[in-house]
Design a protein around this ligand. Structure first.
Ligand SMILES: *Cc1c(COP(=O)(O)O)cnc(C)c1O
Length: 437
């Protein structure tokens, strides 16, 4: 399978080139030339399959032409050492819990898959060292750093906005050492993302070191996220609840929902999607007006969604480019909601008190969007619970007046010593630092 750039100015690339490069030469995002479809028969059989079998079926459809079946099977197996259970919350609303991985957030899936696939390609090509640059608003950094920790031939630089990630998030990528370097940037997440993008475009820097990205712009990171949409379907199908599925995705860079849209295009029976946003609502505005106006992000209590210019928007537009009126087609499948910090907090309180279910601030947006969307009786709503509430313990405890337990996996990180390098947000300083490596 070949991959093209959303900007259509770069040559087609193989999977190997796509994964190693990350972003296309024309600054576009890579898209598979064709989206394979899974038959109704296969999809209806998924209720009898394990998560591993489901994921292998989906992975095979996308990557089967390019990777030997046993290698792919091993990569999938090593990626998914945990499950993504669907849990009932209230009425016809279910939580797809994506926080059972090593860093307790959904990004573990994509990060672990990408680390293994990239490691495999590097070895195959006999490359010396590849440097992964990753900008994070919190959860990406921890998932990527842990997914890539100790992978031979790869060095990871995590760029994060100083003072804007929670201490629990911070310790998950600043305490690892080995092949992981944390860069503390005096700026916002968008500044971090801009630095990474500039680095990829700088020919001198690219001559000095081989660079790639592990943000959800990388195909190997966002596509594997489609695995758990199928897994959610299988579980709800088993319970006889999968006929009219409405899927609500707390969204920031829109990689997660894009993977869901890919699953849908592959044949997954989802009636419609909801993109749930915090106050960073450029996508909602696009749905309402047809105009996309990126702007600086604002800080919220759902900080992994503080994104003012979602990078995967280009993929969504491209995906619907086959329709005469893409905006109309997008509005036909996806609706949007936005929530203020106060609304997020009151949702968390109500659900905790009424249902005994602990939502994190991101999942709360997904949940509340389903409530406000007023599902009809035949519909089943499922929201993606994207992180464990303990990752945002300070926020969660102050809202719920609770003292939630920190899972052992997280406590282990907190015992480590923070190591980071402080840089400001101008590109010259960042480049000089990398040139010296
Ligand atoms: C990254 C993240 C999101 C947003 O996901 P995107 O793929 O960027 O839209 C939502 N919730 C949590 C907890 C996250 O870490």
């Amino acid at each position: 399978m070949k991959y093209y750039s959303t900007n259509k100015q770069a040559p087609l690339a193989t999977l190997e080139e796509t994964v190693i490069k990350g972003l296309a030469g024309d600054k576009g995002l890579y898209m598979p030339e064709r989206i394979p479809s899974l038959s109704k028969d296969i999809i209806s059989k998924m209720k009898h399959m394990s998560f591993h079998e489901i994921a292998c079926t989906v992975a095979q459809a996308f990557f089967g032409e390019d990777i030997e079946p046993d290698v792919l099977d091993k990569i999938v197996k090593d990626t998914l050492s945990f499950d993504t259970p669907v849990v009932h919350v209230e009425d016809n609303i279910y939580s797809l819990e994506l926080f059972h991985g090593p860093t307790l957030a959904f990004k573990d899936v994509g990060a672990r898959f990408m680390a293994r696939l990239l490691g495999y390609f590097i070895k195959k090509q006999g490359l010396k060292e590849v440097n992964v640059l990753v900008a994070t608003s919190g959860d990406t950094g921890s998932a990527v750093a842990n997914g890539f920790l100790g992978v031979e031939g790869i060095h990871v630089y995590v760029l994060y906005p100083k003072g804007k990630v929670s201490p629990i998030q911070e310790c998950q990528f600043t305490t690892l050492g080995q092949n992981i370097t944390a860069l503390e940037i005096d700026g916002t997440f968008d500044d971090c993302q801009a630095l990474v993008k500039s680095a990829f475009m700088d020919s001198e820097l690219n001559g000095h070191m081989k660079l790639t990205s592990a943000n959800s712009i990388n195909v190997a990171r966002f596509l594997p996220q489609s695995f758990y949409y199928f897994n959610a379907y299988a579980q709800l199908d088993r319970a006889g609840k999968a006929n009219e599925l409405v899927v609500s995705v707390p969204s920031g860079n829109f990689g997660n929902i894009t993977a869901g849209l890919f699953a849908h295009r592959m044949g997954l029976p989802v009636k419609r999607f909801i993109a749930a946003n915090n106050r960073n609502d450029v996508f909602l505005e696009y749905l309402n007006t047809g105009k996309y106006n990126p702007r600086p992000s604002v800080a919220t209590i759902a900080n992994a969604m503080d994104v003012g210019d979602p990078s995967n928007f280009a993929r969504i537009l491209d995906l619907f480019g086959i329709y005469g009126d893409p905006h109309k087609a997008i509005c036909g499948l996806i609706s949007g909601y936005r929530f203020t910090d106060e609304e997020i907090a009151s949702t968390m309180k109500r659900v905790y008190n009424d249902c005994g279910y602990l939502l994190d601030p991101h999942g709360a947006c997904g949940f509340q969007a389903l409530v406000q969307n007023a599902l009809d009786a035949n519909e089943t709503g499922v929201f993606l619970e994207t992180a464990h509430p303990a990752k945002f313990k300070g926020t969660v405890d102050s809202i719920l007046a609770s003292d939630i337990e920190i899972p052992a996996k997280l406590q282990a990180f907190m015992k480590g010593k923070k190591q980071s390098i402080e840089l400001n947000k101008d590109f010259a300083g960042f480049k000089a630092y990398l040139m010296a490596q």
